[in-house]
Design a protein around this ligand. Sequence first.
Ligand code: UD1
Length: 418
Amino acid sequence: MEYLLLKGKQQINGKIKINGAKNAAVAILPAALLTRGTVKIDNLPRITDIDILLKILKSLGATVSSTGERSISIDSSGVNSFRPPQSMVNKFRASYYFMGSLLGRFGQVEIPMPGGCNLGPRPIDQHIKGFTAMGADVELEHGIVKIKARKLKGTHIYLDVVSVGATINIMLAAACAEGKTVIENAAKEPEIVDVANFLNAMGAQVVGPGTDVIKIQGVTELGEAEHTVIPDRIEAGTFMIAAAATRGEVLVEEVIPKHLDAVIAKLKEVGSEIEVGPDWVRVKGNSRLLPTDVKTFPYPGFPTDLQAPMIVLLTQAKGTSFVTENVFEERFNHLSELRKMGAEIKLGGRTAIIEGGHELSGAPIKAMDLRGGAAFIIAGLVSRGETHLAGVEHIDRGYERIEERFKSLGVDIKRIQK
Ligand code: UD1
């Protein structure tokens, strides 16, 4: 058991280089199974979701070698199984990408229902709808999803909900399918574009990623490629919000500022000063924070993954703010812990109503999911007294050595083993 101990009333100041995007990397690694050759991936974040993914790749027969601090090569020529092990798959949500990639490789996959953060119901019906439309049979037996296709065939698929996972999974299955697949009402997240770029580097023919219509002309096989993962806009946004909440000044480097437009807009509304360069964003927190309204939406809307950090920030803005969650309606697990710290937040349906401007006080709290956990660090920093944060394993899934990162910004924070 590990926990984080952090002192309250601390500002973050300095500069920080952003790591590779978790949500792109967790799809790119399974996508590597679509080739029988070797691929090299750079700028991988060193987080536990990636550690587990690499173990799954090895267990399926891939040879994974480290080629640098953040780069690996994956030789998929020896991959001989379409059954990722249950014990590993249960640990994280993005294991669902093995559905698309193993289906594309073997025409068959057997995989337990994915685990991951509890953000309320997270069905995979749109993924299944896509595979079925392409000619696959799908069965659920004792918690194992069994998908099989004699021949995957391209077709038109209209997604009923805008889903990142379903869009990427269908792209993976379609890369080597017969004919053309068209995904309508596709998600537009930058991570989808990154995965499409990786597929295209291997020889796939994906056009339109980043728009709501993606067309994939199937090819007979994919080859070798090198790819660098894009910067993590959610990690960047977390530090930007932390700078605004603690009234510090942080230069966030090695980012694609365009991916942060929604966050930048909201931070300006709360009174932060923002300067944007070609690959950096500087955030200077204002001592008088202003309340605002936030609505989460699929990209380019405000990201649901930054909803919890944004709520913490708004507890510091004098007045009433409204935060509406439109992506995962029940993603409000963090509110109970924030109330323990003195936050005045009511929940009305999918809208959190925050009466901001009251001082929070440090408390023993527990992270219950990845992004909520990161938000609690920000809450600890703005509070009076010490915060003892358990459930660090959730944070480690998506943030690389989070305490080191905050320490580098001048914060007194320790990871303690019990
Ligand atoms: C991905 C991200 C997660 C982010 C989320 C929304 C990864 C590994 N995770 O999750 O960090 O919070 O996008 O930006 O990239 N839905 C269905 N049926 C489906 C699929 C989704 O109803 O088959 C619903 C979900 O319940 C949710 C909405 O669609 O309400 C969006 O979910 P989706 O975009 O699929 O999220 P994930 O891919 O799980």
